[in-house]
Design a protein around this ligand. Structure first.
Ligand SMILES: [Fe+2]
Ligand SMILES: [Fe+2]
Length: 284
């Protein structure tokens, strides 16, 4: 650990999160998740290939959501240890409880699609190898930019498209519930970015921009393949909100070009060049 002593005062960031925090302190933010009518899901309405794709989607989502619990615990710890304003630390503490609820929801939906209990395996070693520890301010900055600002913005965009396509009421309610939280997680990331932008030195900014650019360059490739249903199950897969490859690629390029690059530019972390030089999948 490289932190030493951290002075903690009742500080606020100069962002809208401060107002949100005051409302939370006054007990005005009881964000209660709306119940989902799980029992209304009827798997017999869908062909097996569509159910298999939805099961795969919800299983992968469950892994991501469950991994996010530990990740945000680490981010919260880093924010607290580096003396981030209290509104930012408070918002970060709430992310973990959202993510474990999301993991629970996604597992439940995967089980409903499978028609039987489902288990997922989390590879903690792989996770630890790809996630730097929140033991320096530079790493905390990178973690929040990568996983909260960019990662949660991508998640919100993809899940919004899933919700838009889905016509099954249970699945649609589930996507809606996830999106409502991911939007808050993304905002935390961008508010932190706005808070840090005037404070980082030029060398720090360059180092951070390089790390963020490296990640941005791989985004298109990472999300290149969606879940393509055979023609006979295409309508059913869509009703379950499953994204085909073409739609997934469109959502990613729209959110990167329409939201993420501009937001990064605004805080002096230009990554437009990195995006233009992005790694294209071989079959693109
Ligand atoms: Fe989540
Ligand atoms: Fe999230």
């Amino acid at each position: 650990m490289t932190f030493g002593a951290v002075e903690v005062r009742r500080t606020r960031s100069k962002t809208a999160l401060a107002r949100h925090h005051e409302r939370a302190l006054r007990g005005e933010l009881g964000r209660v998740a709306k119940p989902i009518a799980w029992d209304d899901f009827d798997r017999s309405r869908y062909p097996e290939p569509a159910l298999a794709l939805a099961e795969d989607l919800f299983t992968k989502l469950a892994v991501g959501e469950y991994s996010a619990v530990g990740l945000f615990a680490q981010i919260t710890s880093g924010l607290a240890l580096t003396g981030a304003p209290l509104d930012i630390v408070a918002a970060s503490t709430r992310v973990g409880s959202d993510e474990i609820r999301h993991a629970e929801y996604c597992l439940r939906m995967a089980e409903l699609c499978a028609g039987k209990p489902v288990a997922v395996t989390i590879d903690h070693d792989a996770l630890a190898a790809s996630v730097p520890e929140a033991t320096s301010l530079a790493n905390v900055d990178f973690l929040v930019f990568k996983y909260a600002a960019i990662g949660e913005t991508l998640a919100a965009a993809l899940l919004t498209e899933c919700r838009r396509r889905a016509t099954d009421p249970v699945v649609k309610a589930l996507y809606g519930s996830l999106v409502a939280d991911e939007v808050h997680h993304a905002r935390l990331g961008w508010y932190y970015a706005a808070h840090r932008a005037p404070l980082v030195t030029w060398p720090e900014r360059h180092a951070l921009a390089d790390r963020v650019a490296e990640f941005v360059m791989l985004l298109e490739e990472e999300f290149w393949l969606g879940r393509d249903a055979p023609a006979s199950a295409r309508g059913a897969a869509k009703a379950l909100g499953v994204l085909d490859s073409e739609t997934q690629r469109r959502v990613i390029s729209e959110v990167v070009e329409g939201e993420i690059l501009g937001a990064l530019d605004e805080i002096g972390l230009g990554t437009s060049l990195a995006w233009r030089a992005r790694r294209r999948p071989e079959h693109a």
